[in-house]
Ligand binder design. Structure first.
Ligand code: F0G
Length: 378
C-alpha cells in the first residue's frame, strides 16, 4: 500500500511523551511542504524556504499541538475541552474534539475572528462564547473556568501543545539535512516560537526552559547546529518588542492581535539563547508580504502568517540578513481562512460574457485581478 504520512505521534514516537497503547487522536497533521521561494532569495540575498503550515488538516499549525493535547485529554477521562482563541486554535480544537468524541467550547473576542475560522468552529460543533474584549481577556476567562470545572484547557499553556508543535522544527531539519541558519516566525501568544526552539534544541541534543521531559534529548543528535530565532510581531500588538503588555492590541492580522502573551518568558529565552531578535512590522508590510507570497511564490497565507516574511524583508532592507544564509519562514495559516482581508477593497463582481470563445477572447481580462492574463507564447 502507498505510504501516507501518519501524523505526528506516529512519525516521531521517540520524541513525544506517549507510550505504546496510549490513545492517539490524529487527523494526520504535519508533514507539511517546505517550499523554496526564489522571490524571497532575490529580496534577501539568502536561500529562503517557507514552511507551509496552512497545509495542515484545519489549515494552521495549531493541529500539531492539538493532536498531542487532545490525545492526552483522552487519558484523563475529561469529556470537554476549551480554549481562548483568535480563531485558529478554536478551529483546530473543535475539529480534534470531534475526532476524539469530546465536546468543545471556544472563547473568542467578539467581531475579531476571520470568517473562515468562525465557520470551522461552527461546523465542527463547538460551543461558541463571544467576549466583549480581546484575546487576553478570553484567555484569562478560560484559564479560570478550566481551573474550577472538569474541562481541559487546550491553549498553548498546556505543555502538550508545545510538544506537538516542536515537530515542525524536526521536519525542517529532516528535510534540509541540518538546522537552518535563521528561523523566522510570527509571534502572538508566543507558544510557537517556544515550541520551535524546543524542537531545534532537542534535535541538537539540548533541553530548553520549556522542555517537558528529557527523554527526547537522550536520543542521538539529529542536527549539528541551532538557528537564530527571529520573531515578528504586528506593529500595534508588539508587547515583546516594547517590553510591556499592550492594553488594546490592534492589527489587520487578527490571529496575532494579542497584548500579553502567555509564553512571554519562554519567547524571550528562545530569542536570547539563540542570539536572535523579536521585531515588529506595520500592517502595510504584512499585506505587502502576503501579496508577494501569493503572486510571486504561489502560496496563499493569512495575514498573521505573512508577518514572518514581512519581518524578513524588513530586516533585509536594513542590511541585517547575512548573505547566503539558509532561512526558513513559517507561514502559519491558510489564506482561505480570511479572504476578505486578502481581497481588500478589490472588485470581485465580474460582468459575465456570452458563453462563447469569441466573447472570452474579446474580454479585457479573464479575472478580477489588477493584471490582465498573459498572452500565450507564439
Ligand atoms: N499565526 C497564526 C495564523 C496564528 O493563528 C497564531 C496564533 C500565530 C501565528 C501566533 O502563534 O500564538 O504561538 O505565537 N493564534 C492563536 C489562536 C492565538 O488562538 O489561534 P503564537
Amino acid at each position: 500500500m502507498a505510504h501516507q504520512w501518519r501524523g505526528l505521534i506516529a512519525e516521531y514516537p521517540d520524541r513525544l511523551p506517549f507510550g505504546e497503547g496510549d490513545p492517539v487522536v490524529t487527523l494526520r497533521e504535519g508533514g507539511t511542504p517546505l517550499v523554496h521561494a526564489p522571490a524571497l532569495d532575490a529580496r534577501t540575498g539568502a536561500t529562503v524556504y517557507v514552511k507551509v503550515e496552512g497545509a495542515n488538516p484545519t489549515g494552521s499549525f495549531k493541529d500539531r499541538g492539538m493532536t498531542t493535547a487532545i490525545s492526552r485529554v483522552l487519558q484523563t477521562g475529561v469529556k470537554v475541552v476549551a480554549c481562548a482563541s483568535t480563531g485558529n486554535t478554536s478551529a483546530s480544537a473543535a475539529a480534534y474534539a470531534v475526532a476524539a468524541g469530546l465536546q468543545s467550547a471556544v472563547v473568542l473576542p467578539a467581531g475579531k475572528i476571520a470568517a473562515g475560522k468562525l465557520a470551522q468552529a461552527i461546523v465542527h460543533g463547538a460551543t461558541l462564547v463571544a467576549v466583549d474584549g480581546n484575546f487576553d481577556d478570553c484567555l484569562r476567562i478560560v484559564r479560570e473556568l478550566t481551573e474550577t470545572h472538569p474541562v481541559a484547557l487546550v491553549n498553548s499553556v498546556n505543555p502538550y501543545r508545545l510538544q506537538g508543535q516542536k515537530t515542525a522544527a524536526f521536519e525542517i531539519v529532516d528535510q534540509l539535512g541540518d538546522a537552518p541558519d535563521i528561523h523566522v516566525l510570527p509571534v502572538g501568544n508566543a507558544g510557537n516560537i517556544t515550541a520551535y526552539w524546543m524542537g531545534y534544541s532537542e534535535y541538537a541534543g539540548r533541553t530548553t526552559l520549556a522542555s517537558l521531559d528529557e527523554t527526547a534529548t537522550r536520543l542521538p543528535a539529529a542536527s549539528t547546529k541551532l538557528p537564530e530565532m527571529w520573531g515578528v510581531q504586528a506593529w500595534g500588538a508588539a508587547p515583546l518588542v516594547l517590553g510591556e503588555p499592550v492594553d488594546e492590541p490592534e492589527t489587520v492580522a487578527t490571529a496575532i492581535r494579542i497584548g500579553n502573551p502567555a509564553s512571554w518568558k519562554y519567547a524571550e529565552a528562545a530569542r536570547d539563547d539563540s542570539h536572535g531578535w523579536i521585531d515588529r512590522v506595520t500592517d502595510e508590510r504584512i499585506l505587502a508580504a502576503q501579496a508577494v507570497l501569493a503572486a510571486e511564490v504561489g502560496v496563499f497565507v493569512e495575514p498573521a502568517s505573512a508577518a514572518s516574511v514581512a519581518g524578513l524583508i524588513q530586516a533585509a532592507e536594513a542590511g541585517r540578513v547575512p548573505q547566503g544564509a539558509t532561512i526558513v519562514c513559517t507561514v502559519t495559516g491558510n489564506g482561505l481562512k480570511d479572504t476578505a482581508t486578502a481581497l481588500g477593497g478589490r472588485e470581485v463582481d465580474i460582468d459575465p460574457i456570452a458563453p462563447t470563445v469569441e466573447a472570452a477572447v474579446a474580454a479585457p481580462a479573464l479575472c478580477c485581478g489588477s493584471r490582465a492574463p498573459r498572452p500565450r507564447a507564439a
